[in-house]
Design a protein around this ligand. Structure first.
Ligand code: SAM
Ligand code: SF4
Ligand code: SF4
Length: 311
């Protein structure tokens, strides 16, 4: 009970933080065309609706574009070190599923492009081009571990777009200052995601929890990190990558196949609504999150000490 309350309180703060940043970004982007007070109220009204998918407003989606990575973090929430063969996700599948997802919504606050390490993904330029074409997306974050400095001129130009922000995860042993200097020089927006600890999501082995335990865990978890992998819209990265890796048994009840040509957009929209009301998903049986087992662990602790591709 105590842990449930704790999770609820954390979640409320998390949401408030998200809400604060969403309003702040809107005011920042629109204050020149609007009176600042009017702009603030417009932003509050707009974002109040965002937490209700009924209105077609949507808060957040993660798009992993590659499983290539320059690090091997022991507790990676996206299970990246489990991939024996690291590769980019197929661009045609990414393109079709992103377009299909955008048809299902009216507006989304954040899309996070990640991996793996997104700057290792050979498809990052194309993905950013597809995302930037849509005016339904307000913010595009590229989440990086800070080890790679982008070199491609086309990519740099896209990163300068005012809707794009680089989010550098601050890892204790990575010298991300070179990337920071580069972003300042190129006038690319960025922020540093400072973290003091990570949480242990577990080793992904099946735990055989009861339905009651799974439902309690899911309530505690309150995950908002929806994740798009292989054309499938999943409720969290453990579910999307777990299914991709074959660790979590493929279960059609737990995701929407955006590429299913037999479904209309209306049906896909309803399916997302149904998914958002789920009591738990199969992946929770392969996860510690939302339970007492999810202990604090050091940030980005490496499986082996070698850091590849660090510039
Ligand atoms: C899976 S990473 C992918 C992007 C990039 N490779 C990176 O590390 O920033 C996305 C985000 O998840 C965070 N993350 C990964 N595992 C985590 C864990 N066990 N607990 C908390 N945050 C975690 C990372 O710090 C990062 O900000
Ligand atoms: S840097 Fe670490 S957290 Fe990010 S994807 Fe790679 S292994 Fe996962
Ligand atoms: S698998 Fe379940 S408990 Fe784990 S992060 Fe996803 S929704 Fe939460």
């Amino acid at each position: 009970m105590r842990s449930y309350l704790l999770y609820k309180i954390t979640h409320i703060f998390h949401r408030l933080g998200f809400y604060y940043y969403s309003v702040k970004f809107y005011v920042q982007d629109n204050k020149e065309n609007n009176n600042i007070i009017l702009c603030f109220f417009k932003a509050v009204f707009r974002y109040l609706k965002i937490f209700n998918y009924k209105y077609g407003y949507y808060e957040y989606l993660e798009i992993p574009i590659t499983t290539k990575c320059s690090l091997r973090c022991k507790h990676c929430s996206n299970l990246i070190p489990f991939y024996k063969k690291q590769s980019d996700y197929e661009i045609s599948v990414l393109e079709k599923s992103i377009k299909e997802f955008l048809k299902c919504i009216n507006n989304i606050v954040f899309v996070r492009v990640l991996g793996g390490e997104p700057f290792l993904g050979g498809n990052i330029i194309r993905v950013l081009q597809i995302l930037l074409k849509s005016d339904k997306i307000q913010r595009i974050e590229v989440v990086t571990n800070g080890t790679i400095i982008p070199k491609d001129k086309k990519l740099i130009k896209l990163l300068k777009n005012p809707r794009v922000v680089i989010s550098i995860s601050q890892y204790p042993f990575v010298n991300y200052h070179k990337l920071e200097e580069f972003l300042i020089k190129e006038e690319i927006k960025y922020h540093i995601d400072k973290m003091t600890f990570w949480l242990d999501f577990g080793d992904a082995k099946k735990q055989n929890k009861t339905v009651k335990q799974l439902a309690r865990q899911y309530r505690n978890c309150n995950q908002i990190c929806r994740s798009l992998v292989n054309g499938q819209f999943h409720l969290c990265p453990r579910s999307s990558h777990g299914t991709d890796l074959g660790i979590v048994k493929d279960n059609e009840d737990d995701y929407l196949d955006l590429l299913d040509s037999t479904m209309t957009i209306e049906e896909k929209r309803n399916r997302i609504n149904q998914l958002l009301k789920k009591k738990y998903i199969k992946a929770c049986d392969h996860c510690y999150f939302g339970t007492r087992l999810a202990k604090k662990v050091p940030v980005a602790e490496q499986i082996n000490k070698k850091v590849k591709n660090q510039k």
